[in-house]
Design a protein around this ligand. Structure first.
Ligand code: NAD
Length: 348
């Protein structure tokens, strides 16, 4: 990770693509803005194929994946061909999935271009596409050969996307790093300006916190579930709004607020709950349209965190610490969800 790191030989990418057939998976706007930084790589590859996918979440579908496999087959992709994911979390999740399934797995690298992807999505090997109304429901753990996060690429990122990415930093801070939380409280407005010098240490701290957890539990048997803080309601909101209305980080922001609400019913202190709430509120999340609590409950129940053994919620217990809870009843969640949505509505 670093400012301009893509031009640096020490990433090893130049050697990794040398004399290989390389498939670059990206979307038109990212290619237009930034493909020039990949020219040194394309010049070293034996063949360089650019595979374009739709912008944003629309890329994450079984249909798009199948289209890419067909294009790769046509172009002569072999077991030792390479795949480069060049884009935000949507492109990264799709490309990792496509690379992982094609001929039982091609090596791939993540070159994340959004803050959210640099700070979270590119790290940890989770890859997936969506089914209609079920986010990330088809996928696999597939670690990239390398992640190269060049913070210079963030210069073109719209403010809303920066905010969305910073929400995953808030998530990491709430669940494992109270010092990082204080930095966010102090510097949020400066961070949102996107200055790489201020962003880089914060991003590095959040990534390190994620790496620590993923290394201890790579396939999410226990501790890694903590990284789902805010994602149970977040995914339901995304799916319920057809993946169009909310950015991922915005949905997670609402999910964190809801988790705080559930946690307050248990052992989270009012002071800590209010600190988390105040920080999330400074992001000025987009107002939600009117939502049907029954439909949301159905989506929550379908979320993949609801497993055979029951459902699990990640709830804060203190700043820098969360717990995985499986004894919340559906009745309590429904009651709190209705109250949560009603409060959001009355604040309009
Ligand atoms: N695999 C994981 O562990 C993990 C973790 C968190 C999130 N995710 C997934 O990541 C996805 C969200 O990723 P995202 O927030 O990066 O959104 P995104 O990939 O949808 O990108 C958002 C928008 O930013 C544009 N963009 C990308 N880079 C740009 C740049 N440098 N300059 C200007 N515009 C740019 C894209 O074209 C797109 O329109 C979700 O699908 C989410 O489920 C995965």
């Amino acid at each position: 990770m670093g400012d301009g790191i893509l031009g640096d030989e020490t990433t090893g990418l130049q050697e990794w693509v040398r004399q290989r057939r390389v498939f670059l998976i990206s979307s038109p706007s990212i290619l237009e803005l930034h493909s020039v930084v990949l020219r040194p790589l394309s010049e070293r590859a034996a063949n360089w194929h650019v595979l374009e996918v739709p912008e944003g979440e629309d890329a994450k579908s079984v249909g798009v994946a199948a289209g890419l496999w067909g294009e790769m087959l046509e172009a002569g992709a072999k077991r030792d061909s390479r795949v480069v994911a060049f884009g935000g979390g949507s492109v990264g999740d799709l490309a990792g999935f496509v690379a992982g399934c094609y001929m039982r797995g091609l090596e791939y690298v993540q070159v994340p271009t959004t803050l959210l992807a640099q700070v979270d999505a590119s790290v940890g090997g989770k890859t997936a596409v969506n089914l209609v109304r079920a986010k990330n429901s088809v996928g696999l753990f597939n670690h990239p050969w390398r992640v190269v996060a060049d913070t210079r690429l963030l210069a073109t990122l719209p403010l809303e996307e920066l905010r969305s990415g910073l929400m995953e930093v808030v998530k990491m801070a709430v669940l494992s790093d109270s010092e990082l939380f204080s930095v966010l409280e102090r510097d949020l407005e400066d961070l949102l300006e996107g200055d790489p010098a201020i962003l880089t240490p914060v991003v590095a701290a959040a990534v390190q916190a994620k790496i620590d957890i993923v290394e201890r539990d790579p396939t999410e048997r226990s501790e890694r579930m903590l990284l789902n803080l805010g994602h149970t309601l977040g995914h339901a909101l995304e799916a319920g709004l057809d993946y169009q209305f909310l950015r991922h980080g915005e949905a997670v922001g609402y999910g964190i607020l809801f988790a705080v609400r559930l946690a307050e019913e248990r052992n989270l202190s009012v002071d800590t709950a209010n600190r988390i709430r105040r920080l999330v509120e400074r992001f000025e999340l987009p107002r939600l349209p009117v939502l049907d609590p029954d439909a949301l409950m159905r989506l929550i129940c379908r979320d993949k965190k609801v497993n055979e053994g029951g459902w699990r919620w990640v709830l804060p217990v203190d700043l820098g610490g969360c717990e995985i809870v499986s004894d919340l009843t559906e009745a309590v969640v429904r009651r709190e969800l209705e109250a949560f949505l009603a409060e959001l509505e009355s604040a309009r």
